[in-house]
Design a protein around this ligand. Structure first.
Ligand code: SME
Length: 137
């Protein structure tokens, strides 16, 4: 069994698999919390490069999930006040917190180019993905 990949390489492979497997998962990335500075930091991702590599807790969809500890499904980003636009091609977003030993250490963030693609099935699936990711910690 090959365990030689680093954790970031594994996270990137997960992003690549999700992006290539689900047609409406157009940007897939992980953000990680720094609880000292109350900021999220971009980790491995696939998709267009984003200027938003550091996001304060509370800001945007990602920053809100850092404080709410809850899934956030946005069917139409244009209807959100507290939203950080990365690209005009993005129409919807889903953010699922990542818990390790009960602590919210970050999140998986997925953007879509279509409106309202995310279902409860995506939420359950991505919760499962994050449970698997938590085992890397
Ligand atoms: N749209 C996010 C910012 C991160 S980008 O989607 C990669 C937000 O509002 O938090």
């Amino acid at each position: 069994k090959n365990n030689s990949k680093t954790r970031d390489e594994k996270l990137l492979a997960i992003c690549e698999l999700l992006n290539s497997s689900v047609s409406y998962y157009n940007w897939v990335g992980f953000y990680f919390a720094n609880h000292e500075t109350q900021t999220l930091h971009l980790g491995p991702y696939v998709g267009s490069p984003t200027d938003h590599t550091v996001i304060p807790f509370g800001k945007g969809i990602c920053g809100q999930v850092a404080v709410s500890n809850s899934n956030f499904v946005v069917p139409d980003v244009s209807a959100q006040d507290n939203y950080i636009a990365c690209s005009f091609t993005v129409k919807s977003e889903i953010v699922i917190p990542l818990f390790v030993n009960g602590q919210n250490i970050g999140q998986i963030d997925i953007d879509s180019h279509i409106i309202d693609p995310f279902t409860a099935e995506d939420e359950r699936f991505l919760e499962f993905v994050n449970q698997e990711v938590a085992k890397l910690y």
